[in-house]
Ligand binder design. Structure first.
Ligand SMILES: O=C(Nc1ccc2c(c1)CNCC2)c1ccc(F)cc1
Length: 336
């Protein structure tokens, strides 16, 4: 096991739970609270021109505080590495969950899809587009709630969500026609298309557009034609059709999506996005911390407010707060 001195005493590294392009994700234990976390480890040399994506993802995750967006607890930068300490999503990838069940019944698909809409509506409302929405970037926590990850491609256009984007990014299978055509596009509109592909995958168990040859895949996406399996209900077909519109102008908007009958059919209320508990002062959590570090609640809180919210103190506070919100006892490991 590679030893990273930067983590010594703070996090105990365990098994590797994911390895993507330029990052490796390892399960770890936050020493002070014993809570599990996922640490995304990136080597600066292999990052190369992807380095700006790390900074983009950190800034996005520090701003996006939502119950269905994976929480960032701490960032550690050393001479050769970046370590992003993230919320551990023990249920793994939604993709594996769909494959395991072959396809999801409409009720379960709706529950998951409402959580995704809530997170994406919240992001768009804050001026962020994800641009890489796909089942691999949707994880499950232990209560089978969804967590969006991988904001390395997200965009926060300076001129707001009405400003056009040009960078072609994300994986073609989930990419909107205007994006693969290299046209200017709106981040919000390409996210809706990707969500349409996601919903199709949830309900069908396979992808609407798939082909081993990139050229044929592009042709299928640009045609906007896909199979409609017999088990899809009328409303599901209508909703998918409204999201997989080749012409972005005809595509359903995130606001219409929140109020769509397929979405509200059970709960009869539109999807709302509730801010995740921002940085509320919680004295019980602060007292638990002050019992160890000897500082007063006020001093700890002042330091938290002044920090850049990515240090060990912030991680400890947030992990204790998560424990409390899950109804667990607050404990801190004393120096053994
Ligand atoms: O928790 C994560 N991944 C994870 C967790 C559990 C399991 C997996 C991935 C995959 N195998 C099943 C178990 C995770 C969390 C944040 C992140 F950015 C990337 C990955």
């Amino acid at each position: 096991m590679v030893r990273y001195t930067a983590l010594k005493g703070l996090y105990d590294l365990e098994k590797t739970i994911g390895s993507g392009g330029f990052a490796k994700v390892k399960l770890a234990t936050h020493v002070a609270t014993g809570e599990k976390v996922a640490i995304k480890i990136m080597e600066k040399t292999t990052l190369g021109e992807d380095l700006p994506r790390v900074k983009l993802e950190v800034e996005a995750l520090k701003t996006l505080l939502h119950q269905h967006i994976c929480r960032l607890y701490q960032v550690i930068e050393t001479e050769n590495h970046y370590f992003m300490v993230l919320e551990y999503c023990s249920g793994g990838e939604l993709f594996d969950h769909i494959v395991e069940k072959n396809r999801l019944p409409e009720i379960e698909a709706r529950r998951f899809f409402c959580q995704i809409i809530s997170a994406v509506a919240y992001m768009h409302n804050l001026g962020y587009a994800h641009r890489d929405l796909k089942p691999e970037n949707v994880l499950l926590d232990k209560e089978e709630n969804l967590k969006l990850i991988d904001f390395g491609l997200c965009a926060k256009p300076k001129m707001g969500m009405q400003a056009h984007l040009y960078t072609s990014c994300g994986s073609p299978t989930y990419a909107a026609p205007e994006l693969i055509m290299g046209k200017k596009y709106l981040g919000s509109e390409v996210d809706i298309w990707s969500m349409g592909v996601l919903l199709y995958a949830l309900l069908c168990g396979f992808l609407p557009f798939d082909d081993n040859s990139l050229e044929n895949l592009y042709k299928k996406i640009l045609s906007g034609k896909y199979e409609e399996p017999y088990w899809l209900s009328h409303d599901s077909k209508a909703l998918i059709k409204s999201m997989l519109q080749v012409d972005p102008v005809k595509r359903i908007t995130i606001h219409e999506l929140c109020h769509h009958p397929w979405i509200t059919s059970n709960s009869l209320k539109p999807v709302v996005f509730i801010h995740k508990t921002k940085f509320e002062k919680d004295d019980e959590v602060l007292s638990t911390m002050s019992a160890i570090c000897g500082e007063s609640n006020t001093d700890i809180w002042k330091k938290l407010m002044r920090s850049d919210r990515t240090d060990y103190r912030t991680a400890t506070y947030l992990l204790l707060l998560d424990r409390k919100l899950r109804g667990l006892s607050l404990k801190i490991a004393t120096k053994s």
